[in-house]
Design a protein around this ligand. Structure first.
Ligand SMILES: [Fe+2]
Ligand SMILES: [Fe+2]
Length: 206
């Protein structure tokens, strides 16, 4: 190995298959012609969130004894539709085939591996559903944990998601922080109570 090479080089052709795909995703963001004005999130956020999710996904894979490489790929590609098109609408379902295409183009993944990765991406927005598929759950959890590590994210969920969906995010992050041995965040329980009230009132008026 030359003196300029190492895990952090991401240069040249000596990357492993996961690094190769991770670089591809970053390049898609950097070289995208879509400006921040045309995107629902900024390019900076896409870079931060995709990279952040990969790291969170690696930690979750270690904790859950899962395949770390699949975790890296699922996380790097999970919002690929948003990266490419700039829009969140139905992005999990629309992103899965894009991810498949990227993986297939490398000629380094077999169909079984492509299925594991694309299935996790396809379902990653269903935060309200708990499945027995560990990679589907890893996609949802890495995404949730990365997002909740930012400051003051609570308002985004309570303000932009339907109450029932928002509640599921808070339930998931509480469960996830417990699993990871992180300190409990008191305000999450309080927010869930507020959401419950909203749901109850909504039911009365409907
Ligand atoms: Fe997403
Ligand atoms: Fe995401």
């Amino acid at each position: 190995m030359g003196k300029n090479e190492g895990y952090h080089h991401f240069k040249g052709n000596k990357l492993n298959r996961s690094e190769f795909v991770q670089r591809k995703v970053i390049e898609l963001i950097l070289k995208s012609k879509l400006t921040d004005k045309e995107r629902e999130s900024s390019k900076v956020f896409e870079l931060k969130h995709s990279s952040g999710c990969v790291q969170v996904g690696r930690i979750l894979a270690e904790k859950r004894r899962l395949n770390k490489e699949y975790a890296e790929l699922i996380c790097a590609l999970h919002d690929i539709q948003v990266i490419v098109k700039g829009k969140y609408k139905d992005h999990a379902h629309l992103g899965a085939p894009i991810a498949e295409k990227i993986l297939r183009a490398t000629v380094k993944f077999n169909e079984k591996e492509i299925k594991i990765i694309s299935e996790a991406i396809f379902h990653h927005s269903d935060k309200h559903i708990y499945t027995k598929n560990p990679y589907v759950e890893l996609a949802k959890d890495a995404d949730t944990l990365d997002c909740f590590l930012y400051d003051n994210v609570e308002g985004y969920y309570t303000g932009n998601k339907p109450p029932k969906v928002a509640k599921e995010y808070f339930k998931r992050i509480i469960k996830l922080r417990k699993e990871m041995g992180m300190r409990p965040v008191k305000k999450y329980e309080a927010i869930i109570k507020q959401i419950d009230k909203k749901i109850k009132n909504g039911n009365k008026t409907n």
